[in-house]
Design a protein around this ligand. Structure first.
Ligand code: NAD
Length: 305
């Protein structure tokens, strides 16, 4: 496969002042795209702000002969970020919702402020950017979106309940955007990256961080947002350190019980093995097959007590 290029396209990267966002921004600029380098420039806990983070990346891109413009808005004001793209380059083709912060603390000690700020940046931020880009995508019948989840959201993680809740939200958000966008050629996927950055440098040893360069996340993102991808949408990928794998929901065989008086706790316990039986799983991606199960349930006789 030839190296993918993005000439003439506009890519908006949120949180592009460092870490993964910087790796995306420099890559897409090196492949011909016009890049909006958005970064609020605060601490990883979401405190303060500065134009420096975005400016440094823009300077780097321009010195290498690429095209980029800085934007310093918080993602909560996503409309300003998309407006920067439209004003500077006349269009937006690709949105990488990447900005993020951490406010790690045990659930017992979590404050409303820790919860609210993390939800605001990750959930509202991704929504506001995508919402502002959406009319452009629909009108031009072309758009590519990457949202960012995390292992912490998919599997849980001590001290990160705010971040876990915010990050898993990105999966549901992506699934719905993928469904609504498909007929307009707007493809949306979500990645759970793992990479060395200021977010992970204090929790992982240097030898592990060495093999987890943000650059190793970028190629998968490039594949997903390139125009040659015409069908991959609504998918979840783990990516980092050379490992790339799709994740999906798996449903156990399950128990189908007749509704009514015989649907008792005892009847469920009697079928507990079936409820937990993953030997013949199904892989649902919507409610359609559940409706078939409902129809089958209507035909059953009374449950065993
Ligand atoms: P990072 O801290 O290096 O990058 C995040 C960037 O977002 C920073 O430059 C920060 O200034 C910016 N930012 C924060 N709040 C912002 C706001 N309100 N508006 C605009 N910009 C803002 O961290 P990273 O590791 O590169 O993280 C990138 C994304 O990947 C995040 O969404 C993070 O949750 C996710 N993630 C990272 C890892 C990992 O292993 N590094 C794992 C799972 C998920």
């Amino acid at each position: 496969m030839p190296d993918l290029r993005f000439d003439g396209q506009t890519v908006v990267v949120t949180g592009a002042g460092g870490g993964l966002g910087k790796a995306y921004a420099t890559f897409f600029a090196s492949r011909g795209a016009n890049v909006v380098v958005n970064d609020l420039g605060g601490s990883f806990k979401g405190e303060g702000k500065s134009s420096k983070a975005a400016d440094v990346v823009v300077d780097e891109i321009r010195s290498a002969g690429g095209t980029a413009i800085a934007n310093y808005d918080s993602v909560e004001n996503g409309e300003n970020i998309i407006e920067t793209a439209i004003k500077a380059f006349g269009r937006i083709d690709i949105l990488l919702n990447n900005a993020g912060i951490l406010r790690d603390v045990s659930f017992k000690n979590m404050t409303d402020a820790d919860w609210d700020l993390v939800i605001k940046v990750h959930v509202k931020g991704a929504y506001k950017c995508a919402r502002a880009a959406w009319p452009h995508f629909r009108k031009q019948k072309y758009g590519r979106v990457i949202n960012t989840t995390s292992a912490a959201g998919l599997f849980g993680s001590f001290g990160q309940c705010n971040y876990s809740a915010a990050k898993l939200s990105q999966v549901g958000f992506t699934e719905t955007l993928a469904k609504e966008g498909y007929k307009y050629n707007i493809l949306c996927n979500v990645i759970a990256p793992i990479a060395a950055s200021r977010m992970t440098q204090t929790v992982m040893p240097p030898e592990i961080l060495e093999v987890l360069k943000p650059e190793w996340v970028v190629p998968l993102v490039a594949v997903l947002v390139h125009s040659s991808n015409t069908s991959e949408s609504g998918s979840i990928f783990e990516v980092g350190g050379g490992h790339i794998a799709k994740l999906r929901w798996e449903r156990a065989r399950g128990a189908l019980l007749k509704t009514g008086q015989s649907l008792t706790p005892g009847a469920i316990l009697k079928r507990w093995t079936d409820v937990n039986d993953f030997s013949k799983p199904s892989y649902p991606d919507g409610l359609a097959d559940f409706m078939t199960l409902l129809e089958e349930a209507q035909k059953l006789g009374d449950n065993e007590p």
